[in-house]
Write a protein that binds this ligand. Sequence first.
Ligand code: PXP
Length: 243
Amino acid sequence: MAPRLFVNVDHVATVRQARRTVRPDPVEAALLCLSTGKVAGITVHLREDRRHVNDDDVARMKTALTVPFNLEMSCAEQIVGVCLRTHPEEATLVPEKREEVTTEGGLDMRRGFNRVREVTRRLRADGILVSLFIDPDADAVKLAADAGASHVELHTGRYCDAPPEARTHELEALHDAALVAHRLGLVVNAGHGLSTENVGAVAAIPNMHDLNIGHSIIARAVMVGLARAVDEIYAAMQVAPRD
Ligand code: PXP
C-alpha cells in the first residue's frame, strides 16, 4: 500500500501574507484538499517569525480538521507553548534558522539532543505524537529513538536535489535509514522537495507511513487554477454597464 499523503499548506498563507489580508485562507485550502478524499492529514509549519502561517491559523486548523493535524515546529519555548495549547495529533520537530528560505537540513541530533529529548518528552506526556525531522543517517535515527520520538521524518531534500548520477546513492540512504528506524520501532515519514517527478521512488520505500508534501502541490495548484481565475474575473467585468 502506498504511504499516506499529508499536504503542507504553508504556501497558501505565504500568498496571503504578500498582502497581509485574509485570502487565500490556509484552513479553507486544507478543507479543499480533504474534499478529494485522498489526503490523510494536514501539515503546517508555525515559524518563529510567523512569515506564513500564524497562531490564529493553527487554532482554526485544529478546530476545522477531521483528519490528523501535524504541526511542524522548532524547539523554541514559545512555540512549544502554542503546541501544548493547540494539541495537534502530531508535532514534527525541525531545525529553524531565521534567514533560511525553507528548512535546510535535519535536526542536529548530537548538539541538540538534550533539548529535543526534553521537548519530545513534554509533548508525548501530553499525548502528542512526536516526529523528528532528520537526515537519512543511521546515527541520527538511533538518537531519535533515544530521544523518545514516536516517528522520524526523513529529509528527502538531498535525494530530490541530487544530480542523476547521485540519485541512486541518495535513495539508498533513505532506504537504509527507513529500515533502521522501522527496526527500532519508529514510524517512518518523509518529506521535502517531493513532486510528481520524484515521489514514486520515495513512496515505494518499504514501511513508509506518511509523506509531507507542500511546495510542489501549491505551485501546481496556481498553474491549474489560473485560467479559471482569469475566466471568473473576466465574466465579472462583463456585467458592468457602459455607455
Ligand atoms: N517536511 C518538513 C519537515 C518541512 O520543513 C517541509 C517544508 O516546510 C516539508 C516537509 C514540505 O516540503 P515541500 O514544501 O518542499 O514539499
